[in-house]
Design a protein around this ligand. Structure first.
Ligand SMILES: [Zn+2]
Length: 157
């Protein structure tokens, strides 16, 4: 049975390129970093200007001066995509804690964390190894079940 990589145990946390924000998860204290922020950055506004300028240049002959309003369309798309990416990034990848849900509805946030654990680490959530969580590859004979949870501490030299 392949040992699943559990970041909270191995301390191997994901790294994000150019993080906008670094913090610790409020629930599991794992180091978190966010790539996206709630508001668009200066770089995004520059991209919006460049894209709408390109649209204006290429579509001016077809649509006419009205093409200038494409800047609002491009801006709206940027805002929506950024919000979606930001929302997607909020839940903790290690424990499933979602701070925005916690602020809105604690019960829902609690349920999300439970679902996260049931989905990602069913073997840690369920105290006993039963048929539902065992697949062919990890079929452990019943006499070994007691020892399976606590591996013996024999030194490997
Ligand atoms: Zn967490």
């Amino acid at each position: 049975m392949k040992q699943k990589d559990i970041p909270l145990k191995t301390k191997r946390f994901y790294k994000v390129k150019n993080p906008k924000k670094n913090f610790l998860c409020a629930l599991c204290s794992a180091p978190r970093s966010m790539k996206y922020s709630k508001q668009l950055g200066a770089m995004n506004y520059l991209q919006i200007i460049l894209i709408s300028s390109a649209l204006t240049l290429s579509l001016f002959n077809i649509i006419g001066p009205k093409v200038i309003f494409s800047v609002f369309v491009v801006w709206a798309v940027f805002e929506i995509v950024n919000k979606l990416l930001y929302r997607k990034e909020i839940p903790c990848p290690y424990c499933g804690f979602d701070a925005t849900w916690y602020r809105r509805d604690v019960k829902k946030a609690n349920q999300l964390v439970k679902e996260f654990w049931a989905k990602n680490y069913p073997e840690l959530v369920s105290p006993k190894l039963d048929e539902t969580i065992l697949d062919e590859s990890q079929n452990i004979p019943p006499e070994q079940l007691e020892t399976a949870e606590a591996p013996s501490q024999t030194a490997v030299n």
